[in-house]
Design a protein around this ligand. Structure first.
Ligand SMILES: [Zn+2]
Length: 400
């Protein structure tokens, strides 16, 4: 997959249209956080002029984005009119396209899930995934025939466009290299499209729907066929210059270790990933784990033997991530079945000493994510809502 171009340029100065969009988001974000606010509240909270607030509120209520409630009685002068976000004022769609499944979710403007579909696939190319995406979007649109659709977020396994890494090995999905894919998707869907890597989308999923709701600095390790990390730093997503930040699968953790399909030795993903587990168990490395009987004690014994080898590599990676990023915590989730994930997390103790070994910690150094297996699709859809609402969004990511 061609990485989405980072279109952000220098943001010194502003123009009227930019300011209008920014002020719209400031107002929407203030109302979203408070639930209900009046125009006077907005003027006070946002430092915008009463005229600007009034103009934008008028525009947003005409568009159906804001609900204008009955005036509150009592007091003197004009009674205040509470405003709230209309959940039906906009819809966003998110997809997680990965080796074994395509998950699609429909969210309303408040980020509440309205519909979800999971389709079984096997290493879909873009040409194979496109009709599934179109069909799902069509189904969602039929469910909200008069709805305003903000766009479609699509999350895929990374890394994007790295020579010798993107299309090699058992975790790679081929048929996504064509640079015109984002444009083709946008044309086929008739909606804005944002493409992000799965671990980054998953960290947004955990921030909005899972255990990370109060966190400002965290790393989210996402174990799929391969391994990636989502970086949420300083209260925003960090995706790097080429949208590959956190693609730590090919980080060398065991010098002189297992040879990797990228040409290096001792890459993290060769130890911690579903592909590595399958290889250890002598199974084809493109298998889906959902059919496994996890009550079978012999399987869990074999998993423990894998963990013996995998855990030192992951401890090393955790030490590096903590040392570089100083996160509040590191979350782990993904498609590894939960009992195996729990065993992995338990086996990581004792962790290597790092700058994160502090007595005054509020959170454990390692925690399991709680947003579930839809976290990536939810995060991808949420990114499109943030584009509509959050004033920080432009500093965060930008849709195509
Ligand atoms: Zn490698």
């Amino acid at each position: 997959m061609k990485n989405p171009q980072n279109q952000r340029t220098v943001t010194t100065g502003t123009n009227a249209e930019h300011a209008r969009l920014h002020n719209r988001r400031v107002i929407l974000e203030a109302i979203r956080q408070a639930g209900r606010l009046t125009r006077a509240d907005l003027t006070r909270l946002t430092s915008l002029t009463a005229q600007t607030v009034s103009n934008i509120v008028g525009e947003l209520s005409d568009e159906g984005v804001l609900l204008v409630h009955a005036a509150e009685k009592g007091g003197r002068g004009q009674p205040p009119v509470p405003l709230s976000i209309n959940p039906e004022g906009g819809y966003s769609i998110g997809f997680h396209v990965e080796q074994h499944r395509v998950i699609g979710v429909l969210l309303d403007l408040l980020g509440v899930t309205q519909a979800q579909v999971t389709l079984t696939v096997s290493y879909p190319t873009f040409e194979q995934a496109l009709p599934l995406i179109l069909q799902t979007v069509d189904t969602f649109r039929q469910q909200r025939p008069t709805g305003r659709f903000l766009g479609v977020g699509i999350a895929l396994p990374g890394p994007f466009s790295v020579e010798g890494m993107t299309a090699v090995g058992p975790t790679a999905m081929s048929g996504w290299e064509e640079p015109s894919i984002p444009e083709r998707l946008q044309q086929a869907l008739g909606l804005p499209v944002l493409i992000e890597n799965d671990a980054t989308a998953a960290s947004m999923g955990e921030r909005l729907y899972g255990i990370a709701s109060d966190l400002h600095n965290f790393v989210h390790l996402f174990i799929g066929s391969g391994l990636g990390a989502g970086l949420y730093l300083g209260n925003r997503l960090y995706s790097g210059h080429w949208h590959n930040a956190g693609e730590i699968g090919h980080m060398t953790v065991i010098p002189g270790g297992k040879p990797c399909y990228c040409g290096n030795e001792g890459c993290l993903e060769r130890y911690i990933s579903i592909a590595a587990l399958l290889e250890h168990l002598g199974q084809p490395d493109d298998q889906d784990l959902t059919s496994w009987d996890l009550n079978d004690p012999s399987l869990l014994d074999a998993v423990d033997a894998w963990l013996e080898e995998a855990v030192p590599a992951l401890r090393q990676a955790i030490n590096i991530l903590e040392s570089v990023l100083d996160p509040q915590t590191i979350l782990i989730s993904g498609f590894l079945p939960e009992p195996i994930l729990a065993r992995l997390i338990a086996r990581l103790e004792p962790l290597s000493r790092s700058i994160s070994s502090r007595a005054d910690r509020q959170y454990p150094r390692i925690q399991m994510g709680t947003a579930g297996q839809d976290a990536v699709a939810l995060g991808a859809a949420a990114l499109m809502i943030l584009a509509e609402i959050s004033p920080d969004y432009e500093a965060l990511l930008k849709p195509e």
